[in-house]
Design a protein around this ligand. Structure first.
Ligand code: DCP
Ligand code: MG
Ligand code: MG
Length: 375
């Protein structure tokens, strides 16, 4: 039943991937800003009397069994001395941005997974004589220097292994899996360490006596596909330490706009308002081509007057139920009122964020509501 994967292995591209992940992220930042807390069990989360939950906690608190997503009330039962601090998302966002500045000193191939972690592809990097291990150490050093908190890093030939590696020596650790160590490392790795293997899959595997990746390797792609559908093939590859997913660099577009210069100056508000529909149609048509990747978070208008002075106005999406059309119309009128002169050019635009960012924002806002809004 043992599959021969020698050929496959040769096809796998040899990359150098670093996965970086902050240690006890929110909690470390809070302790940094209030050193009196250092050494004590500390969590960041919602108040226990408000049915709050723990976002994260430091390693001192983890010894008591406290963990992310646990009810704060339960956490306090396990650890009565636990200090629970409300989150400050803007501070965490700033810290994340500083870490990314450090990353960019080494590579442009950066894929953020959340505020606190990212994959870096340093395959072609000439820094540190091309040593991914040294690069990871420098990055860890610089982040500590700039932020006063620690990150852990994993270095491996692919994303899957680098993420496992960054967790291996946490906190403040570095773990390297070189290509020739992959086989041994993965052999004893518990299947539940595979990303995507949750409780249900782990149980299904355990029932067949499969606890480690080594044991999983006894089964063919066909068998695994029969049990797990398309995830089966994925499992087959991962249990061999193979993962050819690329680091998804975000070459982000930040905005999209359309504008039109008119043959005759538009002299009245009616004439200006009449232009919203055609401009908006064009903007929406152009947005359609990228709507899978991006989401709009602001509307922008531009008005250039006949004397070539110009003004722009931008605002977050309407919360009062106004349609997109109404919102752009209102913004245009407000912009025009700044000059109240004949107009030679009008523009409509949107500020964009990638869908992932949006999801992240939603997640943060949810937390903010949970933790802050209720207080
Ligand atoms: N987070 C959250 N709710 C969760 C999990 C995490 O709000 N259920 C937040 C708080 C964490 C941050 O995301 O500080 C990063 O999550 P990690 O899983 O990386 O956990 P930590 O960085 O806190 O700890 P460590 O990475 O050291 O295990
Ligand atoms: Mg972390
Ligand atoms: Mg993380």
């Amino acid at each position: 039943m043992m599959d021969s994967n020698a050929n496959l292995e040769q096809k796998v591209i040899q990359r150098k991937i670093i996965h970086v992940d902050f240690d006890a992220f929110y909690a470390s930042i809070e302790i940094r800003d209030n050193p009196k807390l250092s050494g004590r069990p500390v969590a960041v989360g919602g108040a226990s009397d408000r049915r709050g939950v723990i976002a994260t906690c430091n390693y001192e608190a983890r010894r008591f069994g406290v963990h992310s997503a646990m009810a704060s009330a339960q956490a306090l039962r396990l650890c009565p001395d636990l200090k629970i601090i409300p989150p400050r998302f803007s501070v965490y966002k700033e810290a994340s941005a500083v870490a990314h500045e450090v990353f960019r000193q080494y590579t442009d191939f950066i894929e953020p997974l959340s505020l606190d972690e990212a994959y870096l592809d340093v395959t072609g990097s000439s820094h540190c004589r091309g040593s991914a291990t040294l690069i990871a150490e420098e990055i860890r050093g610089k982040i500590f220097q700039k932020l006063g908190v620690t990150v852990s890093a994993g270095v491996a030939p692919n994303k899957f292994l680098s993420k496992i590696a960054s967790d291996w020596k946490k906190p403040n650790g570095l773990f390297v899996i070189t290509p020739d160590q992959v086989n041994d490392f993965i052999f004893d790795l518990p299947v539940k360490k595979i990303h995507g293997v949750g409780k249900v899959t782990a149980e299904k595997l355990n029932k067949r006596g499969i606890k480690t990746c080594g044991q999983l390797r006894q089964y063919s792609i066909l068998e695994l596909s029969r049990w797990f559908g398309s995830f089966g093939e994925h499992l087959w590859n991962l249990s061999r330490g193979q993962d050819d997913r690329e680091v998804q660099t975000s070459r982000k577009r930040k905005s999209l706009s359309v504008e039109h210069t008119y043959d005759h100056d538009l002299a009245s508000l009616e004439e200006i308002s009449a232009q919203v529909t055609p401009l908006l149609e064009e903007l929406q048509a152009r947005f359609k081509t990228i709507e899978k990747e991006y989401e709009v978070y602001k509307h922008v208008v531009k008005v250039k007057f006949a004397d070539f002075t110009q003004t722009t106005l931008e605002e977050g999406l309407p919360v009062n139920g106004d349609s997109v059309f109404d919102h752009f119309s209102t913004l245009l009128i407000r912009a025009w009122e700044r000059g109240k002169r004949p107009v030679r050019l009008l523009g409509l635009g949107v500020r964009l964020q990638t869908i992932n960012d949006e999801k992240l924002m939603e997640q943060l806002e949810l937390f903010e509501k949970k933790f802050i809004g209720l207080r």
